[in-house]
Design a protein around this ligand. Sequence first.
Ligand code: IMP
Length: 211
Amino acid sequence: MDGRLGGRLVIATHNPGKLWEMRALLAPYGIEALSAAELGLAEPEEDAASFAANAKLKAQGAAKAANLPALADDSGLCVDALGGAPGLHSARWAEISPGGPRDFSTAMDKVEAALRKARATPPFRAHFISAIALAWPNGRSATFEGKVDGTLVFPPRGKLGFGYDPIFLPDGLTRTFGEMMMQEKQAMPADGSSPLSHRARAFQAFARACL
Ligand code: IMP
């Protein structure tokens, strides 16, 4: 990727939690971030075989449709005792009916039920992964990945954040992502060390290369 970003870009997501986090990450760079929903862009089918490929697919679709550079995140929760599930299907596990509205308290109950069915015992090791793709209207793209390790706790704790945040306890900390303000989950340490969340880690790699 030789072009540096400036001006405007599209955040290719329809997920309000991700949009909020990505806008906050971009804010210090003075980039105007439009959302795919605000531009009326369709939500593409996420049927690729990896987080990075899905992120690229979403970013390229939005960049072409909006004729602007586009940034997309594909992310998910991978649970060791479930062979990496829900993984690429993290959003789908929250659908009340196929393709229908999402409810993450149902999704977290499903994870707990699946662990019980698998006769897994604590600590329930898990990680979040985020792949961020930047695509240009001419089809070129670059992807960046971030990961955070932790354990799952039941019952869920905290009402902050989104998605699976209330069951995810990052290693070395005593509060779940659901008990943390977004600023803490996302903070970029001034000394250049690694931020906490998977998305902030992927964003740090993206920012170093492109901003
Ligand atoms: P997708 O990337 O749109 O396929 O959605 C991935 C799903 O993973 C989201 O809908 C969330 O449920 C979950 N997820 C991804 N990142 C996070 C996070 O930072 N906290 C909680 N859940 C997350």
